[in-house]
Write a protein that binds this ligand. Structure first.
Ligand SMILES: C[S@@+](CC[C@H](N)C(=O)[O-])C[C@H]1O[C@@H](n2cnc3c(N)ncnc32)[C@H](O)[C@@H]1O
Length: 243
C-alpha cells in the first residue's frame, strides 16, 4: 500500500523507517512518500502561506501549492486512484473503522496543515477530513503518523502474528482482556489461575468475559454497537451480578 503525505516537514516521516514499519517498507508491503508543497512554489522564498483575508492572527496555507503537489502525486502514481484525507481538528474523529477502511486501499494521501490551517478551498481537493481528537496540534504530521501506523499494521504481513490484530481492543468493538506475562507473581499480584490451567476453552471464556467486563467498566458506550452473542449477554449478566 502506498502512503503519500503532503507536509512542510517531510523529514518527520523518517521515523517510519523504524521497527515493523521500516521492515514493511524494506519488504515493499508499504511505500511512504512524503513531499513538501514548497517544491511547487515559484518565488525565491518558496512561500506556501499568507495572511488571512479579513485580518486576524497567524498565517493560512495557500491552495495553489497544495493543489499542485496533489497533481504531481497523481502523475507519479500514473493516474491510479488514491483517497485524499485532510488532517484537521474539524474532521471526523479517527477510529479503528477508518483504519480498517483505509487498509483496503492501494493508496492513501494525507494532507497536513500547519500555522492557522488551510485556505477553505483546500477542503474541496480532498475526499474526507479526519481529526485525531478534540485537541489542537501544531500540525497534521503527528495525526498522519497515527493514521499510517493504525492502517499499516492491519496489512497482511506487517505484524508478525496476524492474530494480535484480530484479538485486540476495538477489533470487534470491545476492549481487550487483561494480559499477563512472566513473572507469575509480581509484588504480591499473581497471574489468574485459569491462564496457567492449559484449558483453552476456559481461557477463551475468561478472556471474553474480562473483555466484556473491561468494556462495561471503561467504555460502556461501545457495548451499544458491539456485535454481542447470546453467550456474551449471559456473561454480561454474570458480571453485573458480581458487581
Ligand atoms: C494549529 S492547527 C490549526 C487549527 C485551525 N486554526 C482550527 O481551528 O481548526 C494546524 C494544523 O494542525 C493539524 N491539526 C491540529 N489539530 C489536529 C487534530 N486534532 N487532528 C488532526 N490534525 C490536527 C491540522 O492539519 C491543522 O491545519
Amino acid at each position: 500500500m502506498r502512503f503519500e503525505i503532503v507536509t512542510l516537514f517531510p523529514e518527520l516521516f523518517d521515523v517510519l523507517r523504524t521497527g515493523l514499519l521500516g521492515k514493511a517498507q524494506d519488504a515493499g508491503t508499504i511505500d511512504v512518500q512524503a513531499i513538501s508543497p514548497r517544491e511547487f512554489t515559484a518565488d525565491r522564498h518558496r512561500t506556501v502561506d499568507d495572511s488571512p483575508y479579513g485580518g486576524g492572527s497567524g498565517m493560512v496555507l495557500m491552495p495553489t501549492p497544495i493543489a499542485e503537489t496533489l497533481e504531481h502525486l497523481d502523475e507519479a502514481r500514473g493516474g491510479q486512484p488514491t483517497h485524499r484525507v485532510l488532517l484537521t481538528p474539524q474532521g471526523a474523529r479517527f477510529s479503528q473503522a477508518h483504519a480498517r477502511k483505509f487498509s483496503a486501499l492501494d493508496s492513501l494521501t494525507l494532507v497536513c496543515g500547519r500555522y492557522e490551517g488551510f485556505d477553505e478551498r483546500i477542503r474541496g481537493l480532498v475526499d474526507e477530513e479526519i481529526s485525531l481528537g478534540d485537541f489542537v496540534l501544531l500540525g497534521g504530521e503527528a495525526a498522519a503518523l497515527a493514521v499510517i501506523e493504525a492502517t499499516a499494521r492491519l496489512l497482511p504481513g506487517v505484524l508478525g502474528n496476524e492474530a494480535s490484530a484480530a484479538d485486540e481492543s476495538h477489533a470487534d468493538g470491545l476492549l481487550e482482556y487483561p494480559q499477563y506475562t512472566r513473572p507469575e507473581e509480581f509484588r504480591g499480584e499473581t497471574v489468574p489461575d485459569v491462564l496457567r490451567s492449559g484449558n483453552h476453552t476456559a481461557i477463551a471464556r475468561w478472556r471474553r468475559k474480562e473483555s466484556l467486563r473491561r468494556t462495561l467498566e471503561r467504555r460502556p458506550d461501545l457495548l451499544e454497537t458491539a456485535a454481542l452473542t447470546d453467550e456474551d449477554r449471559k456473561l454480561l449478566q454474570e458480571i453485573r451480578a458480581e458487581r
